[in-house]
Design a protein around this ligand. Structure first.
Ligand SMILES: Cc1cc2nc3c(=O)[nH]c(=O)nc-3n(C[C@H](O)[C@H](O)[C@H](O)COP(=O)(O)O)c2cc1C
Length: 367
């Protein structure tokens, strides 16, 4: 009697393992996706501490660094913390000279030059970016994309900093350019490829087609890591993606926003270890840490509070009374307001302080 061949194959390696990107060893294969407006410095630090193997900055314009204010204008995106390594910076653009110029300037800045890898954005779907030939449009111009990779690799080689690319399934609605395109990027010097398994036309909606990740994995040499991305939301989807595609690691985007614990949770669940969800006060503590990090980065509480308004929406996902909480979060102007909203959300510890005992709130800035 014939038995059906299951779609799921045993993964060749343990599901969670370190990844080698050229000279860089990354401690785990569960990575935080770059997300504009979300993967800011405080969030990256939190995600790393909670188990993300690699974090990445929000996208930064190479042309902006060259022609509009230099690295100073992008400091808030490119500033790195000592405790977030390994960390990649992500640049987008369409002119190889812009990339080299931007990298030169970044390497001149002590605050910025410690990045561990450069990721080149070849997936951004936003019209303002695509119109210039950057982001996902680079998949339509592989020669240009290869030239950018080649020049960045040549520039960064002496610093032993690898170059990676983040691509999509393709540009047009029904396109599937990823495997051929990835091969060209690898030939040009890319040392890892992340595949967001949607086309540009899909933006972020519709189902990610993981078969394209498998195609890219099969098209590239074994030692070149392929990272799967799109619709990884829990241990079951993480396991399925790893097993169905044979990819070396996963990049997690929207499911991590407001839930940086996903990395520790996945790590535990994929390796058969027990996992306990954080207490509510511990969630409050991390939210305060995020706010304090934004205040330090942006220079004052009001600017941090404005930024925190949309960040809080993510942290409040799934809480009872989320609508009311979101309303209160939308009015945030200070740390005092934040503590009030956290109290309303039930995210303060028994002592009335978020994260009491965690040390993330210094007595000086308690209100
Ligand atoms: C709000 C938002 C901002 C994003 N910003 C970036 C970015 O700066 N660079 C990038 O390469 N991808 C960016 N992405 C795409 C994500 O990195 C990821 O590829 C996409 O969300 C699919 O993964 P997911 O299904 O796990 O969310 C962004 C996605 C979202 C939702």
């Amino acid at each position: 009697m014939q038995t059906a061949v299951p779609d799921i194959r045993p993964h060749p390696a343990p599901l969670v393992h370190p990844v080698q990107i050229g000279p860089l060893q990354v401690p785990s294969n569960l990575w935080l996706a770059p997300m504009a407006g979300i993967s800011d410095l405080p969030f990256r630090r939190i995600a790393r501490r909670l188990g993300a193997g690699l974090v990445c900055t929000e996208l930064v314009s190479a042309r902006g660094i060259r022609f509009s204010g230099g690295v100073r204008s992008s400091l808030r995106y490119l500033t790195l913390a000592a405790d977030e390594h390994p960390v990649a910076i992500q640049l987008f653009g369409f002119d190889p000279d812009d990339f080299v110029f931007a990298l030169e300037k970044i390497m001149e800045e002590p605050l910025l030059r410690s990045f561990d890898a450069l990721d080149i954005n070849m997936g951004c779907p936003v019209p303002k970016v695509v119109r210039t030939g950057a982001g996902s449009h680079l998949m339509e111009t592989p020669e240009l994309a290869a030239a950018i990779v080649q020049r960045c690799r040549r520039f960064l080689e002496p610093y032993r900093k690898p170059v990676t690319v983040k691509i999509r399934r393709g540009f047009a609605a029904d396109s599937n350019q990823a495997a051929d395109f990835a091969k060209r990027m690898a030939a040009a010097g890319a040392q890892a490829v992340t595949v967001h398994a949607r086309t540009r036309e899909q933006y972020y909606s519709g189902k990610a087609d993981w078969s394209v990740i498998r195609e890219v994995r099969q098209a590239l040499p074994d030692q070149l890591p392929v990272i799967g991305n799109g619709d990884i939301v829990d241990a079951a989807s993480a396991r399925r993606c790893l097993e169905q595609t044979g990819c070396d690691g996963l990049m997690i985007g929207r499911a991590a926003s407001g839930d940086p614990w996903i990395f520790a949770r996945l790590q535990a669940e994929l390796t058969g270890k027990p996992w306990r969800e954080p207490e509510l006060w511990a969630r409050g503590s991390v939210i305060c840490e995020h706010f304090d990090g934004l205040t330090a980065l942006l220079g004052d509480q009001l600017t941090a509070a404005r930024e925190m308004r949309h960040v809080l929406m993510h942290y409040f996902r799934g809480l009872p009374d989320a609508r009311q909480l979101r309303q209160a979060a939308g009015q945030l102007t200070s740390r005092g307001d934040l503590l009030q909203v956290l109290r309303q959300a039930g995210l303060l510890g028994a002592s009335g302080q978020a994260g009491a005992g965690q040390g993330c709130i210094s007595p000086a800035n308690r209100q």
